[in-house]
Design a protein around this ligand. Structure first.
Ligand code: URA
Length: 208
C-alpha cells in the first residue's frame, strides 16, 4: 500500500510465520516446531548458532536451554546486553536421534544447512546488523562453506557478504569441555570474543 512503511519487527514476524511451515528439508518431520531467531529487530549485533536443542525445540525459542545459559553468562561477562542483540541459528529445526528416552542432538548436514539458508538471509537483510557473530563450526560453514574451521578463524574480524563478521566457539563447547579448568578456558575464549564484538560494534559508524 502506497505510503505504508513496515518495521523490521513486522517484517521479521512475516518471515517467521512463513518459516513456521517450512518443509525445505526433512528435519521438520521430527521436530516439534520451527525455532526462528529472536531479539532486537534492528540490532547492531547479530549472533548465529547451529540449530535449536531439545529445550529450544520444546519451547520454540533459540538458546533457552543449557547452551543458552552459557551464552547468557558469557554475554553478561562480556558486557553485552542480550536484549540488544538478535539471536538465531543456521538451521531452524532440531535434528536428533533417540537414545532410550532421550533425544540426542545430531549435527545438521550440508543439504539441511543449505536448505535453511534463505531464512537466515532474510533475517540478516531485515535486521541489517553492523556485526555478525558466528558461533561454532556449523554456523561458520553455513556462511563461508565447508572449509571453515573455528580454531583457525576465531577472534579476528572478517567479511561476510560485505558485512563485518567475527567467529567464535559455540557455547556448547564450554559444556563439552572436560573438567573445571577446561570449561573455564573455553568460557574465557567465548567471553573474550563477545567482548571484542561489543567493542567493534561500538567503534563502527552509528555505534555507542
Ligand atoms: N545450540 C544452538 O546452536 N542453538 C540453540 O538455539 C541452542 C543450542
Amino acid at each position: 500500500m502506497a505510503g505504508t512503511t513496515t518495521t523490521s519487527a513486522e517484517r521479521l514476524r512475516v518471515v517467521a510465520d512463513e518459516a513456521g511451515g517450512c518443509t525445505r528439508c526433512d528435519l521438520h518431520e521430527r521436530a516439534t516446531q520451527t525455532v526462528f531467531g529472536e531479539g532486537a529487530p534492528d540490532a547492531a549485533l547479530f549472533l548465529i548458532g547451529e540449530q535449536p536443542g531439545d529445550q529450544e525445540d520444546r519451547q520454540g525459542h533459540p538458546f533457552v536451554g543449557p547452551a543458552g545459559r552459557v551464552l547468557d553468562e558469557a554475554l553478561e561477562a562480556a558486557g553485552v546486553d542480550r536484549s540488544n542483540v538478535y539471536i538465531t541459528n543456521a538451521v531452524k529445526h532440531f535434528k536428533w536421534t533417540a537414545r532410550g528416552k532421550r533425544r540426542i542432538h545430531e549435527r545438521p548436514n550440508r543439504t539441511e544447512i543449505v536448505a535453511c539458508r534463505p531464512w537466515f538471509d532474510a533475517e540478516l537483510a531485515i535486521v541489517s546488523p553492523r556485526l555478525v557473530v558466528v558461533m561454532g563450526a556449523t554456523a561458520g560453514q553455513a556462511l563461508w562453506g565447508p572449509s571453515f574451521r573455528v580454531g583457525a578463524s576465531r577472534g579476528t574480524e572478517r567479511d561476510f557478504d560485505g558485512r563485518a563478521a567475527l567467529a567464535t566457539i559455540h557455547p556448547s563447547a564450554v559444556l563439552r569441555a572436560g573438567g573445571d579448568a577446561g570449561r573455564r578456558a573455553q568460557m574465557d575464549l567465548l567471553v573474550e570474543d563477545l567482548a571484542l564484538a561489543g567493542r567493534l560494534v561500538a567503534r563502527m559508524p552509528g555505534g555507542a
